[in-house]
Design a protein around this ligand. Structure first.
Ligand SMILES: [Zn+2]
Length: 454
């Protein structure tokens, strides 16, 4: 994946992109595949240089701070850390080698300010943009740069200006162009013809087109599949810094559970735009509350790990062959295999997360109705399957019994259950009063006292 340029705080668009690919990665693992996930860090770039300079801090310090912020926010969103996070500055030597090869093959040329790729010399340029070269050229912004042979030609190596950081190269001191980074790092870490490359929809052209062009120009096979996710809109407009409707992810996470944004993202197909407003966030929070409430009722959420989950019905494997369920799966509570199959059918259909999420909410309803009808076995099966599928989407349910509840409160809950079991109603009422006074809602469930924050 094209990872972040660490030049500032991550915004909602970064969050959506990261969540979409986290869900895809988790789902591939759920189906039984081994996944190697690489997300690069762009730690040298024009904006980085300008901002670090205006703040008067060294570039390495500026990028390290922003990278820390990025991971803090991703952790809060429950996004799994990539297997590899190559930094552009650690790959400059290999980028110089690629530019050299493009020069040797006669598809790149040097000008006064850098080295450029001649896009007309690359077969199939315009493939990702779904436009022929001619129409791309007529739509391109005409730049002042007289030396560029075509406005579509893009920079591979930027010659350093006074006061800029630089690496040496056959074309003088300078730094690599952004489009060169991902090609070099992905081919190095994943090999030729790797399975999947992605990013937000605005990366299709020119960024991904240009990445592909460089690989093709040196005769290497780039990614086999492309995945691009849609915009985040705020009040119907694409969110961007220039429009000024930019919202930072940490602002959102300060007000709302990170799982709520994940739920909001899952409610739309990844290619559609999503609208982020206080209402859509509140809606997602209400959905989340239903999941957590079910988890409290059945006491299951905290049993599930927050890492990747494997499909326990044993239908793993890329080819869809049926794998015998392992002993571990047998030891688990019974799973509603039919719901798991429906969930997988939705996810296999171009990652239809709204459909997959509907399966989860159906299971929640079924669990509650079964429990109301005193069918404990059916209730446990539906509730457990809902939690399993939620976890497969990176959406663990929380019953609030571990981290949130302090030992004093837990002790009161236990004493109240004992008092009720022994029919000491006055004592049970006193303990209820104490719990309520310290901010808990107290309910009586089949398995005893249930509490949640008021
Ligand atoms: Zn990229």
């Amino acid at each position: 994946m094209c990872g972040p340029t660490v030049d500032g705080v991550p915004h909602l668009g970064h969050g959506r992109f990261s969540l979409v690919f986290d869900v895809l990665r988790r789902y591939l693992i759920f189906t039984g595949l081994d996944v190697t996930y690489v997300s690069n860090i762009t730690d040298i770039e024009d904006k980085i240089i300008a901002r670090a300079k205006s703040l008067g801090v060294p570039i390495s310090e500026f990028t390290a701070t922003n990278e820390d912020r990025w991971w803090d926010v991703m952790d809060a969103l429950g996004v799994l850390r990539p297997d590899e996070t190559p930094h552009a500055t650690a790959y400059v030597e290999q980028m110089v080698a690629l530019v050299g090869e493009l020069m040797d093959r006669g598809v790149a040329y040097e000008t006064g300010d850098g080295v450029y790729l001649s896009v007309k010399d690359v077969p199939g340029y315009g493939l990702l943009a779904h436009q022929p070269l001619e129409s791309l050229r007529s739509g391109a912004r005409v730049e002042a740069d007289e030396e560029k042979r075509s406005p579509l030609d893009f920079v591979l190596w930027k010659k350093a200006k006074e006061g800029e950081p630089f690496w040496d190269s056959p074309w003088g001191d300078g730094r690599p162009g952004w489009h060169t980074e991902c090609v070099v790092m992905s081919l190095d870490l994943l090999g030729d013809g790797f399975d999947l490359h992605g990013g937000a929809i605005d990366l299709i052209f020119p960024h991904h087109e240009n990445e592909r062009a460089q690989a093709v120009a040196v005769g290497r096979e780039f990614t086999r599949h492309w995945v691009h996710n849609g915009w985040v809109t705020v009040d119907g407009e694409k969110m961007s810094k220039s429009v000024g409707n930019f919202t930072s992810l940490s602002d959102l996470l300060a007000k709302s559970d990170g799982r709520a944004y994940r739920l909001l993202v899952l409610r739309s197909h990844y290619r559609s735009p999503i609208e982020v407003t206080p209402e859509t966030i509140a809606d997602a929070e209400a959905g989340l509350a239903r999941l957590d409430e079910m988890s409290r009722r059945f006491g299951i959420g905290d049993l599930l790990a927050e890492g990747p989950v494997l499909d326990p019905t044993g239908r793993g494997g890329a080819t869809g062959e049926v794998v015998e369920p392992g002993e571990e799966a047998d030891a688990e509570a019974e799973v509603d295999a039919e719901s798991v199959a429906r969930f997988r059918a939705h996810m296999d259909d171009d990652l239809d997360t709204p459909g997959a999420l509907a399966v989860v909410f159906d299971l929640v309803r079924q669990a509650n109705s079964a429990a109301d009808a005193d069918d404990a076995t059916a209730a446990a099966r539906s509730a457990g399957t809902a939690a399993l599928l939620g976890a497969a989407l990176g959406l663990p349910f929380r019953s609030g019994t571990s981290a949130e509840i302090d030992p004093d409160t837990a002790e009161r809950v236990r004493r109240r259950d004992d008092a009720r079991a022994a029919r000491r109603w006055d004592e049970a009422d006193t303990l209820r009063g104490e719990l309520e006074a310290s901010g808990w809602v107290v309910e009586d469930g089949p398995e005893g006292t249930r509490i949640r924050r008021q």
